[in-house]
Design a protein. Structure first.
Length: 296
């Protein structure tokens, strides 16, 4: 081997020596598994036969719907509690962005269902102060929506720091039996039937509040409202807060207090904001009750 060949061989040996000490980089992708806590299984059915009115009603008079076209009662709304600064008891979530419960996609929200309901076998802690109202959640069968997951989402809504429970307007507790009122999540056709039994024409689009509790139109639960600027999950806060507002005794609706101001939660926001900004909460971040003129 000549002098030139020896130098070339030396360079090759040095490159091989350096290459043995190198480690090729590895990319490790870490994952986080999210679990949903289910507090029970099983189902209870409430049968709604075709052509019937509503589930067995109690002796109270019909209550106006938050999203129906029926006129509101002239009675003045309940004033916000003086304990506006009081905090709720620990809740499942204090995030301003709600969790979501899986369900039908936008293209598969059914118009009608079986007319029977599965009750969530779930229970939670009491949140808030004031008169205790126990509630259960029932979802119409055959719509691919978990009653238990929907119940825990509603539990978070009612325990939110800007909600009714956090400001002394009442205490709420999710139960699987012995409820004071029920939240029904129903297809548009079934929701119409339940609401019409109270004289409320919801036209396949709206929610209502009846003598047995709250009737939520599945279409609104899954799709939100074209007048609401937030996501469907955020719109669910408005549905529950508005209808539960009637449940705790606020009989009238409110109008927009002024252009650019947040719409009161007791305003029928799906019918138009009248210059207000869409809002899903009874109280603002400083604990002030968001109010507006009474709608006659």
């Amino acid at each position: 081997m000549g002098q030139r060949g020896a130098r070339a061989q030396g360079r090759r040996n040095r490159r091989r020596s350096r290459g043995r000490g190198r480690l090729r980089p590895r990319i490790v992708l870490g994952g986080v598994a999210l679990g949903v806590l289910s507090l029970g299984g099983g189902a209870a059915l409430a049968h709604l036969e075709a052509g019937s009115t509503a589930p067995a009603a109690v002796a109270a008079s019909p209550r106006p719907s938050a999203q129906s076209s029926a006129p509101a009662s002239p009675k003045a709304p309940a004033a916000p509690s003086a304990s506006a600064g009081r905090s709720a008891q620990p809740s499942p979530s204090t995030s301003t962005r709600p969790s979501t419960s899986p369900g039908p996609s936008k293209s598969t929200v059914p118009h009608s269902g079986k007319g029977t309901f599965t009750a969530a076998r779930a229970a939670g802690d009491k949140v808030g102060t004031g008169p205790l109202r126990r509630y259960t959640v029932k979802v119409e069968d055959g719509i691919d929506l978990s009653a238990t997951q929907a119940a825990h989402e509603i539990e978070e809504i009612l325990a939110h720091p800007r909600g009714w429970a956090a400001h002394g307007k009442g205490a709420f507790q999710l139960v699987d039996e012995g409820a004071d009122f029920t939240v029904f999540i129903a297809t548009p056709s079934t929701a119409d039937r339940l609401c019409l039994a109270e004289g409320l024409n919801t036209r396949g689009e709206l929610n209502c509040e009846t003598r047995q509790g709250v009737v939520v139109n599945l279409k609104r639960w899954m799709l939100g409202s074209p007048t609401f600027s937030g996501t469907p999950a955020e719109y669910r806060h408005l549905i529950i807060n508005h209808e539960v507002g009637h449940e705790i005794g606020i009989r009238t609706h409110m109008g927009c207090p002024g252009p650019g101001k947040p719409a009161p939660v007791m305003m029928q926001q799906i019918k138009g904001l009248k210059g207000c900004v869409s809002n899903a909460w009874p109280y603002d971040e400083d604990g002030r009750y968001i109010t507006g003129p009474i709608v006659p």
